[in-house]
Design a protein around this ligand. Structure first.
Ligand SMILES: C[S@@+](CC[C@H](N)C(=O)[O-])C[C@H]1O[C@@H](n2cnc3c(N)ncnc32)[C@H](O)[C@@H]1O
Length: 179
């Protein structure tokens, strides 16, 4: 049998994502939203998952193009159209360093029964440290909790300033849709 391709992803994965990957349903299809170069796509593959990697610029995901475990979706989430993943569910949704506030509720709906939402991005207060500074890209206090309220059970949540790898104000959430 031909071994699966090995990808080169230089950036390290988020420790928050690493922490909760073991809680994902095994061998599920996971959505990596705004996947960038696919650092979490790669990590998820290494844990036995299939991955749908979505980004408006899929060039940096080209190294996954021959990998049958990866579905690459080129899509602009902010083009004013309907949510492109409406009606679809995944065993997990991973989002890091990206926020499209109008899509948050739709994103939560993409988490299937027993599935996890693993989210980490910048929060209000990050303006002090650097980019992003635009309030449209910064979570308001409690905003991730509000987004999942009534839908998902919160397993972990943090709203904090980190110093490593660089100072930043972040919110992080892991939440599960109960069966
Ligand atoms: C800061 S990068 C984060 C990448 C990845 N999640 C990570 O943490 O390594 C933000 C990503 O969001 C994508 N993005 C920005 N606006 C987008 C949009 N309107 N629709 C889809 N993806 C978008 C960018 O192309 C970029 O890959």
């Amino acid at each position: 049998m031909t071994p699966p391709p090995v990808h080169s992803v230089t950036s390290d994965a988020s420790d928050w994502v690493r922490r909760f990957i073991p809680l994902l349903p095994p061998k599920g299809d996971i959505l990596d939203l705004a996947a960038g170069s696919g650092r979490h796509t790669q990590l998820l593959l290494e844990h036995g998952h299939r991955v749908t990697a979505l980004d408006r610029d899929t060039g940096p995901l080209a190294h996954f193009a021959q990998d049958e475990r990866v579905t690459i979706l080129e899509c602009d989430l902010e083009d004013g159209g309907a949510w492109p993943l409406a009606g679809r569910t995944f065993a997990g949704v991973v989002v890091t360093n990206y926020l499209w506030r109008p899509g948050l509720k739709d994103l939560v709906a993409n988490v299937g029964p027993g599935g996890l939402l693993i989210y980490e991005t910048f929060a209000v207060g990050n303006e002090r440290f650097g980019r992003p500074r635009n309030p449209a890209f910064l979570l308001r206090p409690g905003e991730l909790l509000e987004a999942v309220a009534g839908s998902l059970r919160v397993l972990a949540y943090e709203d904090l300033v980190v110093v490593d790898p660089r100072p930043a104000a972040l919110q992080r959430l892991c939440a599960r849709r109960e069966f």
